[in-house]
Design a binder for this molecule. Structure first.
Ligand code: FEO
Length: 402
């Protein structure tokens, strides 16, 4: 049975929700599911904006058929060729063999590489080109590396609808609600939106900044992303502000995130005491995570959120605890920068993790490491607690100056 929603008088959301996929990109847990959004415009010509993941292909095809209600499908605009949006292109070409596919040169190259039979269907466009479908005229804006090199967004000059591809998307299934004002985004969605952005697009902050600058030059009334809610103009400032911060690697909160790696509970105990001491000093933006039971995608999202990070790791095989090391490598891969970091290390006979973590941070951009460090020899004692008290003072002072 078809399941669609009207976005405007003549534009329909015809996507689908996926609660069966456990790991997005086979990496990131999505306990709230995900939506694959596609849109269908009924003008003098009919225009499909992107397709969806093949896993929900049947729903998608039923939706197209229902909205078309017997009309032909004239155009498919492909803004992004990653398979969560492009995998159903081949089936669309088979069902609607007269369709024209509008996209850019790189995207057509990728479509052929994926084996889609687009030859003979191409209508190649570049930045600034326009196409008219009757009442609606659209223009195309390249958005390279948001999140692949071929990515573009399509702006409807007639009604101000922006088809934003991966930009402004979020993990989380829609489950009936479509618009930003039908959900409590700040309560129910922001953590998933942050985790989506930081892990999927986080590496490409400068490219997102470039797209935000282009977006400022047009009057956007509605944003239709490829995942998550459709944004109305009145709500958009909230998300644009988040995107601006995330893409400049500026923290949202002047606060502290403690990430600890502990084998037998001694470093855990030290991390908990550090949190208590910080809370007693009035630090209320405070989060504590065990690296062993927190998925790294959550750690990355929280690292983008907080201004200060405490890395507390035991030494393992004379190195950094493997899961802590993995988190650090992920941070570096995603271009994480501009954070103040405090280091606690642990070990019973050759504590090395602190020095190694500091060397790792040296290879990242604009990471400030506090001089006050803590070494936990087997378990916290009077001497290491004194080091901790000095670290607490240093963190509180740094928060004050931030
Ligand atoms: Fe949702 Fe880059 O694909």
């Amino acid at each position: 049975m078809y399941n669609v929603r009207k976005v405007t008088d003549d534009l329909y959301w015809i996507g689908a929700n996926d609660h069966r996929l456990a790991l997005f990109e086979n990496i990131h847990p999505i306990p709230r599911g995900v939506s694959y959004n596609a849109y269908l415009l009924l003008d003098e010509k009919t225009v499909l904006f992107d397709t969806i993941d093949w896993s929900a292909g049947r729903q998608f095809l039923e939706n197209i058929e229902a909205v078309l209600d017997g009309r032909a499908l004239d155009y498919l605009v492909v803004n992004h060729v990653e398979p969560d949006h492009a995998a159903s292109i081949q089936e669309v070409l088979i069902r609607y063999p007269k369709i024209k596919v509008i996209s850019n040169e790189k995207a057509f190259m990728l479509m052929r590489q994926f084996g889609f039979g687009v030859d003979g269907h191409e209508d190649e466009v570049k930045e600034g080109d326009t196409r008219s479908f009757g009442k609606h005229e659209v223009t195309f804006v390249s958005a390279p590396m948001v999140h692949w090199p071929e990515a573009m967004v399509t702006y409807d000059l007639t009604n101000g609808v922006l088809f934003s591809a991966d930009a402004f998307g979020s993990f989380g299934a829609l489950d009936g609600k479509l618009f930003s004002d039908e959900v409590d985004f700040d309560r129910d969605w922001i953590d998933d939106a942050r985790r989506y952005y930081t892990n999927i697009v986080g590496k490409y902050g400068p490219h997102v900044q470039a797209l935000l600058k282009k977006a400022q030059t047009v009057d956007i009334k509605i944003v239709c992303p490829l995942h998550g809610p459709v944004w109305k103009a009145k709500d958009l400032g909230y998300l644009v502000d988040k995107y601006d911060k995330w893409s400049r690697y500026e923290p949202e909160e002047n606060g502290v995130m403690i990430v600890y790696a502990s084998m037998y509970g001694n470093m855990e105990s030290a991390a908990q005491l550090l949190a208590t001491k910080l809370a007693e000093k009035g630090v209320d933006k405070l989060a504590v995570y065990d690296v062993s039971n927190t998925h790294v995608s959550h750690l990355i999202a929280e690292s983008f959120k907080y201004s200060h990070i405490v890395l507390a790791s035991v030494t393992y095989n004379l190195g950094i605890y493997p899961l802590m090391h993995n988190y650090l490598m992920d941070m570096k891969a995603l271009n994480m920068q501009k954070r103040t970091v405090a280091i606690m290390e642990g070990g019973s006979w050759a504590p090395k993790a602190g020095q190694l973590m500091e060397e790792f941070l040296d290879g990242m951009k604009q990471m400030t490491v506090l001089n006050e460090k803590v070494t936990v020899l087997s378990t916290l004692n009077e001497s290491s607690e004194m080091e901790m008290d000095q670290m607490v003072e240093a963190i509180v002072e740094s928060l004050r100056d931030a």
